[in-house]
Design a protein around this ligand. Structure first.
Ligand code: HEM
Length: 487
């Protein structure tokens, strides 16, 4: 007979919020506790609500892949991103999401992304040229600039996007608001209210039902943006809308002839029904891709460079690969040329998954790993916890790219490696990121040497993504620099 949620083993409470904790350190501590659990599922608390955490890889696989139909994403992110990313792929659900995913998937296959390899290399080359010998840099700030240039260039073309121009700064302002709001108690309260009105509307009838449905709908957009939030944010949104609409119109006028992703989104047709996207939908997708596509990659690049700076033996082998790669043509990108660099990037994603937790909610009663979850149960899948399981990854805290040698990789259970999640809602940009990460790493390392203080221990900060707290301070030297040239 199936177990009930209340019979599951409990994870410890960490203060008023419940199991998740109030600080990054508490949140990571709680995920390490899940990593140690031997039961397939454990139970915790978020404020007053019971929450279920799949602890074993097979249970994660069931939630994300084999029983994905019984789950939706939690409404929290939808509220936060409502005004910025609207009904883009990350936040939409149901039929709209299915149609959009089908329309957009062909744009993100390795074969159709080949042309962007040069964009990725160029952005890293320009960054390397900008840095002066002996300059003190923050590696995380540099990788953010590179990743923003890459995604901006891929979406709009090199001539259109510049992080310093109006479009780049409007996006940065809007993202800053989302990041700040993630930690805001007002938003947490808002999300709970959204949830409560939806729940009550389902259970009532007549005028009260209509009233609750209206309130629920109004709450889907965060009132902070509509109401008291600064003029600066609303001005940024207006710039975004105007610039993107202008670019859409330009591309239509030119007959959709450019190679950028915006043009390809406008040209995308449903294979069965032949329909295309409305301009508003294209706008939402463009902003979604920009938001989802740059901070994640930037964060993982920063961690990879930090890990390599502390591990000279691996670094020297990566540099040798990077030198050989630097001279190769990118007409058709061959990932085998960056075999070790790719493993390093994957190991950085294991230790520091930028999106460390995926919130879900059951749409119906479903049985996971022998436990019956009632409808509307909140489930958190933690990539961070999976990546630190000692029964899957020997000495899980150690940086060891050889874990991703093909035979060891193939021996790992499904659901144990989740940097891009898995199943239907997994990252559509995975192939893009798995090209960008190694290409940018190799290009930077073929030209530069990052010197970090050997005593420096960077810790995590789970602010939007799992970032290096306080950045990664380093002194940068051209790789070809000889001692006689040092100042
Ligand atoms: C190292 C870099 C990246 C990481 C670690 C990452 C991680 C993820 C994860 C974990 C999800 C699923 C979240 C969930 O299930 O709740 C996701 C979804 C998504 N990602 Fe990424 N991502 C990365 C890069 C990118 C790039 C480069 C793009 C686009 C150019 C992108 C676009 C998206 C989109 C649109 C979704 C929503 C997909 C859907 O729901 O159908 N990501 N990403």
């Amino acid at each position: 007979m199936a177990t009930r949620v209340r019979d599951l083993p409990r994870v410890s409470d960490r203060g008023a919020l419940g199991s998740l904790g109030n600080s990054t350190a508490e949140r990571l501590d709680f995920q390490r506790e899940i990593a140690r659990a031997s039961a397939p599922l454990v139970r915790g608390r978020l404020l007053h609500l019971p929450v279920v955490f799949p602890a074993r890889p097979e249970a994660c696989h069931e939630v994300l892949v084999s029983k994905a139909k019984s789950f939706e994403k939690s409404p929290g992110l939808r509220v936060l991103l409502h005004d910025l990313a609207g009904n883009g792929l990350f936040t939409s659900e149901g039929e709209l999401w299915r149609r959009q995913r089908k329309l957009m998937a062909p744009l993100f296959t390795p074969a159709s992304l080949g042309g962007y390899a040069e964009v990725m290399r160029r952005a890293a080359q320009r960054a390397a040229e900008r840095m002066r010998p002996g300059q003190q840099v923050d590696i995380a700030a540099e990788t953010t600039r590179i990743a923003m240039t890459v995604v901006g260039d891929a979406l709009f073309g090199a001539d259109t996007f510049d992080e310093a121009d109006t479009l780049g700064s409007a996006l940065t302002t809007a993202l800053g608001w989302v990041n700040e709001s993630l930690a805001s108690p007002a938003i947490a309260a808002h999300i709970l209210l959204l949830d409560a009105t939806g729940d009550l509307a389902r259970r009532t009838r007549g005028t009260l039902k209509t009233w609750l449905e209206r309130a629920h709908h109004a709450l889907e957009s965060p009132f902070l943006v509509k109401g008291s939030k600064s003029r600066e944010l609303r001005a940024a949104m207006a710039v975004l809308d105007e610039r993107i609409q202008g670019m859409i119109e330009d591309r239509r006028r030119e007959g959709l002839s450019r190679p950028d992703l915006l043009t390809r989104l406008l040209a995308a047709r449903d294979a069965d029904e032949g329909g295309s996207m409305t301009d508003k939908q294209v706008r939402d997708e463009v902003v979604t891709l920009f938001v989802a596509g740059h901070e994640t990659t930037a964060t993982s690049l920063a961690w990879a460079l930090y890990l390599l700076a502390r591990e000279p033996a691996v670094r020297e082998r990566v540099v040798a690969e990077a030198h050989a790669f630097a001279d190769s043509s990118l007409e058709s990108y061959d990932p085998d040329k960056l075999e070790l660099t790719t493993r390093v990037f994957r190991e950085a994603l294991r230790l520091y998954p930028p999106v460390m937790i995926f919130p879900r909610r059951t749409l119906e009663e479903v049985e996971i790993a022998g436990t019956r979850l009632p409808p509307r149960t909140i489930v958190f899948v933690s990539a961070y916890a999976q990546h630190r399981r000692a029964d899957v990854y020997e000495a899980p805290e150690r940086f060891e790219p050889d874990r991703f040698l093909p035979e060891r990789d193939a021996a790992r259970p499904k659901g144990a490696y989740l940097p891009f999640s898995a199943g239907p809602r997994s990252c559509i940009g995975m192939s893009f990121a798995m090209m960008e990460g190694p290409i940018v790493l190799a290009t930077l390392l073929s030209r530069l040497r990052f010197e970090i203080d050997p005593a420096l221990r960077v810790v995590e900060d789970d602010f939007a993504t799992l970032r290096p707290k306080g950045g990664v301070p380093a002194i940068v030297w051209p790789r070809s620099y000889s001692a006689s040239q040092l100042p």
